[in-house]
Design a protein around this ligand. Sequence first.
Ligand code: GLC
Length: 546
Amino acid sequence: MPAAEPSWWETAVVYQVYIRSFADGDGDGIGDIAGLRTRLPYLAELGVDAIWINPWYPSPMADAGYDVSDYRDIEPAYGTLGDAQALIADAHGVGIRVLLDIVPNHTSDQHMWFRAALADEPGARLRYHFRPGRGPGGAEPPNNWQSVFGGPAWTRLADGSWYLHLFAPGQPDLNWAHPEVRAEFENILTFWFDRGVDGFRIDVAHGLVKQDGLPDADESVETAQSLVQDRAGHPAWDQDGVHDIYRGWRAVADRYTPERIFIAEAWVDGNERLARYLRSDELHTAFQFDFLRTPWRARALREVIDDAIAAAASVGAPPTWVLSNHDVTRTVTRFARSQPHHLIETDWERGRWADEDPDHELGRRRARAAALVQFALPGTAYVYQGEELALEEIEDLPDDVRQDPTWAQSGFTDVGRDGCRIPLPWTETDVPYGFAARSDAVTWLPQPTHWAQHSVQAQERDPRSTLNLYRRALALRPSLWRDGSAIRWLDVTDGVAAFQRGGVQCWVNTGHSGVPLPPAATVVLASSDLTGDVLPPDTAVWLRSQ
Ligand code: GLC
């Protein structure tokens, strides 16, 4: 019997739209739905199957929209519910599915529920985690948990009580043991599914349930700080009770045709823990972040690829490949410096692991090669806006324009994530490079003065640009890499990783010298120019083997 055709989401390329920085339709310097609608043809031409839109709900923007004050409406700076409906219809019209970002771990402190809690309305505080403090006069936080953004995970109100926020103080954590919380979120899912949304990326999916009694964390894993830390054993993360919530969500999604799907953002201790979120009655896929933590070394790449595929296969889910997102240093810059062995420290992720000057040209070569590896792998691939333009992290933003709460909460020691969130350059003009409908618009984060050359317009003209490489790769991917999920590693020289799927091979050279390609192979696509039949350093190639 022939194998069933995979569902779209099992092989999809999903483009992440960071809406604030994608395209600005009204000229206020902030991206919006109108801007996104005008750029849908660009996304269709790029060849993506779906978009994931970062939170677009009303928000005081304590954390760039991850502090939601109303889950059933649109942030006025981004548009209206009517605009959202039109966007969903337009996207579907050009064959692009729409995934939203749901933020269930916390609300905004301006959410109706938290305002009721602040006013101490009867029962309102039970929807959050309110506790008395410790020590004399209750002046110490209730436990030793640290916020991901720095400082204690607790804030004290004027009446002396403390509330929990694993992120910013403007993001109070919900109490998921409360039945109203569960019911409310199932209802929110229904609200958007009814409007045609194809699925959700689940923010902090591993955080919803806290260990009973909120015990102190063991000193050895004492901090929750950093999104990328090894969380094993911390009572705030990856508690077994969270799975029951997702079984409920899956039941909601399964009521709909066509399929509605979930993607978990779950920073957990290894792929085995992650696979638990993907059991058949839970979520469809989850981001596997090891790929983006991997240094530019063939052997390390091979290990994370094998591990990700095996873990996903153990629960029958497709693996996922992420090189970048709005929380980590852009790929070009990660690859623009020397490559240490252990890449899970925050400092490394944020590109400040050394005082080395970045070599962006080297970073670009490697990022292009990494993209060809990413698109050759089985499963789903995520592209963060601007990756297709090979944009680099902007590391020298003036301190007074920084918006990420990490900056202040870390006591001005951690610059945070603004550098990967700069508005996109569309045209070769001066700033704002066609990002905004008005040429005198002041963008919410300043763009660098040298980005005209990286704009969409400049890259469309250049056949060797990264944009054109992405377009070609995505056009070829469905037919070329269609065959099965198994990959077979080829026995090649050190510093090179090479695998075969069906009749096609992908080779990547992370070493320092050129490597001969197999004589009878035909090159289908290369990330940089080849020298004869030699694969140069920091280059990947797709080959048809004879
Ligand atoms: C997720 C988001 C990140 C946000 C955090 C808190 O990790 O990706 O941007 O700051 O959750 O909601």
